[in-house]
Design a protein around this ligand. Structure first.
Ligand code: EPZ
Length: 417
């Protein structure tokens, strides 16, 4: 099991190149199931979750050819296997995204129900309900979703809860359905917009992506296309918080500032100096920060995937602030680990009250989920002495070469086996 060793106290400065967005690339990879032509993707990040998805698609029949750098060519001409087995789904919940496209193109799909997850129960009932509204017959037995449909029909679907992958699954299914589908209370995340852009390039007729109502006019088939995956807004936000906490100056390049308006606003409220261009964001700070309240909610509100990182920042800011998590029921597992570093945090229900302390102290801590591990890296960067973070396989799922990028910025961090 790998671990990260961090010697805290370095001021971080320089430029960091942002990678492609994991949560845009994952649904876009499954779009290869929607066409017999090839899908040429660029800016695909090299991450554990991406290779897991490529392995699953390969298992189904998609031929993936990695190209130079972050290119991947996907050929979904022959998909003899319409099943996503438990062994592959249990390591990555996003595997549920093969359900919509496979059912829409082949009229059948068998996908393992994703198991529970550390941050919450994360059901997929809205994915299933939406497909049933489009005429799918779905039976759940032995932990698998068996879906059948001669041809999906367009439907007007009001989603009870805003769900990102639910919106993405149904948007892909509707692209090949017979007639018009309206997704009301749809997720507005930038990753949904990026998927829609890719589907439209493949010939799909989609309007309203990025708003709460998405209208999809089904077409008989989709053709190949080339698409560049959008920059990862959560990786960007994580590095910007690192700059604010360490008292340095970091420019995130190849970024997409308009996807980070709420995060940039909160960093400015904390006292960091935030500037931006078309494709870069820079944060400069003297390390003296005010604690800022955050409350997570669907885009364009403050993103739940940045909650743990801002909790780390509040741990060393002056004053007290509340961190409220409204999306997931158990996304505070980083609190116990931050306390081991000396943080002063009290949790009641969905709200954590963080009282800033002058200094954190290095310790051995354990990563519990992807964004919690990022938060522990941030805390380790400012803690006195050495911090060792165990179980960093969580981190590798969502951050490309994070210790290399941080080392280039002046951090003292190394991976130990
Ligand atoms: C996506 O997960 C992201 N993952 C998550 O990022 C992100 O935290 C989350 O959206 C919220 O922004 C990918 O895009 C691959 P949801 P997803 O469905 O789609 C409830 C990361 O760190 N819900 O939007 O699984 C659910 O329980 C990951 O990169 C239902 O009740 O999240 C949750 O409370 C972590 N029924 C809420 O909706 C359903 O059918 C939002 O979940 C679906 C969801």
């Amino acid at each position: 099991m790998d671990a990260l060793l961090i010697h805290g106290g370095q001021t971080l400065a320089g430029e960091v190149r942002i990678s492609g967005a994991k949560n845009a690339a994952l649904p876009i990879l499954t779009a290869s199931l929607l066409t017999a032509d090839t899908l040429e993707l660029s800016n695909v990040p090299h991450l554990k979750d991406i290779s897991t998805m490529l392995a699953l698609l390969g298992h189904m029949g998609v031929r993936a050819t990695p190209g130079a750098g972050n290119h991947v060519t996907l050929d979904g001409a022959a998909i003899p296997n319409r099943e996503a087995p438990y062994e592959m789904v249990k390591t990555m919940r996003a595997a549920i995204l093969v359900l919509g496209p496979t059912l829409a193109r082949f009229g059948e799909a068998r996908v393992s129900l994703p198991g529970g997850c550390a941050i919450g129960s994360r059901p997929v009932d809205l994915h299933i309900k939406g497909l049933q509204a489009m005429g799918a017959e779905i039976v759940i037995e032995h932990g698998y979703i068996h879906a059948k449909a001669t041809r999906l029909k367009g439907a007007h679907i009001a989603m009870d809860v805003v769900t990102v992958t639910g919106t993405e699954n149904l948007m892909m299914a509707a692209a090949l359905a017979d007639g018009t589908t309206v997704l009301a209370n749809a997720a507005r995340e930038p990753e949904v917009v990026d998927l829609a852009k890719c589907l439209i390039a493949m010939g799909a007729k989609i309007e309203g992506a990025g708003s709460g109502v998405i209208t999809i006019q089904g077409v008989p088939e989709l053709h190949g296309a080339a698409h560049r995956v959008m920059p990862d807004r959560i990786e960007t936000g994580t590095f910007l918080v690192a700059a604010a906490m360490s008292g340095g100056k970091i420019r995130a390049t190849h970024a997409q500032p308009d996807t980070l308006v709420s995060v940039m606003g909160k960093l400015a409220d904390a006292g960091a100096h935030v500037t931006r261009g078309d494709d870069w964001i820079e944060v400069e700070s003297d390390g003296v920060l005010n604690a800022v309240d955050v409350r997570t909610a669907p885009h364009p509100a403050f993103p739940t995937d940045m909650q743990a990182q801002f909790m780390a920042m509040n741990c060393i800011a002056s004053g007290a602030a509340s961190v409220t998590e409204t999306i997931f029921e158990n996304r505070f597992m980083h609190v116990q680990e931050l306390r081991r570093l000396g943080a002063n945090i009290e949790v009641s229900g969905h709200t954590a009250l963080v009282r800033g302390v002058p200094q954190l102290d290095g310790a051995i801590v354990m990563a519990t989920d992807l964004r919690a591990s990022a938060c522990l890296v941030l805390a380790g960067l400012v803690a006195r002495g050495e911090t060792k973070i165990e179980r960093i396989y969580h981190l590798d799922r969502g951050y490309e070469r994070i210790e290399e990028k941080l080392t280039q910025l002046g951090a003292r961090i190394e991976r130990v086996h």
